[in-house]
Design a protein around this ligand. Structure first.
Ligand SMILES: N[C@@H](CCC(=O)N[C@@H](CS)C(=O)NCC(=O)O)C(=O)O
Length: 362
């Protein structure tokens, strides 16, 4: 019984913080959904036209998560999510160089930026949930990274499991699924805690490193990423336990099916290229020699797959040539040679025991 009072106190504080920070609940009315049924299959959306007229795609990204979305010292962006922005630009414009404008957004800002048209697409460690898919006027197109929420603690804290966090102060980002899972799971397991809520990862991990909280919680990918930029990464350990499902991927606005299709098939082209063993290094040779009808369709040698999307027929060739297949994107950012190494696990092709499975290009 002794645990109950502090636990409810925590809940009240948490609710106040959630109200202040917006949580992941909608804070603005979403634009009217376009309605998939209302739109004929051949209807042209306006986002592609806007992007083509502008000559650039505006991509909402993270700037604080190395390996995923990170603003580097030279002012350029790098990461797994950034590469999907480039893949989209390659599909639309051919060479993606100079064709993406990155808009750094905090977790709290991201859905409003999408709703208001400030960005064309959100590619920023964002979890697909029912509420976001409906009330926020967002459409998740595909999962590019299967993740789950975890916790990082100081190695010398002696904390090895969630129950050891009873009574702890936990640093967490505002407007995230992380906040909500933390409340649900800790309540269900009767673990009391005090949340310290911050708008950005820099602030949250800064507070954790200063010892203001006993643990920092976010997607495990985010923990690996943020550990890299800590003063002494070796002094911190990520607990084994994963408390949620966090399927991360690109998001578009409701109401433009053509744009949805373009972003979705851009992702699928990277999976399909890996499945066929087509890389940025061998795509020209394969293009010149292949007799495989499926590869011919993908690379635009047969059929008019690109045109059906409103693009040129070499859309997928350009993605592969200039950005690479999924494995290349993964390894460049999260592979064994990177400080942000994350074993592929669920993010392997279905043929390798993972969850990545693209519908056929035909
Ligand atoms: N995947 C989760 C969490 C994503 C998220 O934004 N996490 C925070 C962790 S504090 C983050 O990346 N913050 C970086 C920033 O806002 O600069 C979600 O979609 O809500």
């Amino acid at each position: 019984m002794r645990k109950f009072f502090p636990f409810f106190a925590v809940l009240i504080v948490f609710s106040m913080l959630l109200a202040a920070c917006g949580g992941s609940a909608p804070t603005e009315a979403a634009p009217a959904a376009g309605g998939e049924e209302a739109a004929p299959a051949t209807q042209s959306g306006s986002t592609l036209q806007t992007v083509m007229d502008r000559g650039k795609v505006i991509c909402g990204v993270n700037k604080a998560v190395p390996g995923f979305g990170f603003l580097q010292e030279d002012g350029s962006y790098a990461g797994f999510d950034i590469d999907f922005c480039k893949a989209l630009a390659a599909a639309i414009f051919g060479d993606p160089e100079g064709r993406v404008e990155y808009r750094p957004l905090t977790a709290k800002e991201r859905f409003t930026a999408l709703q208001t048209g400030e960005i064309d697409v959100l590619i920023r460690n964002t979890t697909w949930t029912l509420t976001r898919d409906t009330e926020l006027g967002a459409n998740f197109v595909a999962t590019t990274f299967y993740d789950g929420q975890g916790f990082i603690v100081r190695k010398d804290s002696g904390i090895t499991k969630l129950e050891d966090l009873d009574g702890a102060t936990i640093c967490v980002g505002a407007g995230t699924t992380t906040e909500l899972n933390l409340a649900d799971v800790f309540a269900a397991r009767g673990i009391s805690y005090t949340p310290l809520v911050f708008e950005g990862a820099d602030e949250a991990t800064g507070a954790y490193e200063e010892g203001r909280c006993d643990s920092y919680t976010t997607d495990k990918s985010g923990l690996v990423a943020r550990r890299v930029v800590m003063a002494d990464p070796e002094a911190h350990v990520i607990l084994d336990e994963t408390i949620s499902k966090e399927p991360l991927g690109p998001v578009v606005r409701h109401g433009d099916d053509q744009w949805f299709d373009i972003v979705q098939w851009t992702v699928y082209a990277t999976f399909t290229a890996e499945e066929f063993g087509i890389t940025s290094a061998n795509v020209d040779e394969i293009k010149a020699t292949t007799e495989n009808p499926s590869i011919k369709k993908l690379l635009g040698l047969e059929g008019d797959m690109g045109q059906k999307l409103g693009l040129s027929n070499d859309w997928a060739y350009n993605i592969i040539k200039y950005v690479g297949n999924y494995a290349e994107i993964y390894d460049r950012n999260l592979g064994p040679d990177q400080p942000t190494y994350i074993p592929r696990g669920l993010n392997s092709l279905y043929t390798d025991g993972g969850l990545l499975y693209a519908p056929p290009v035909r």
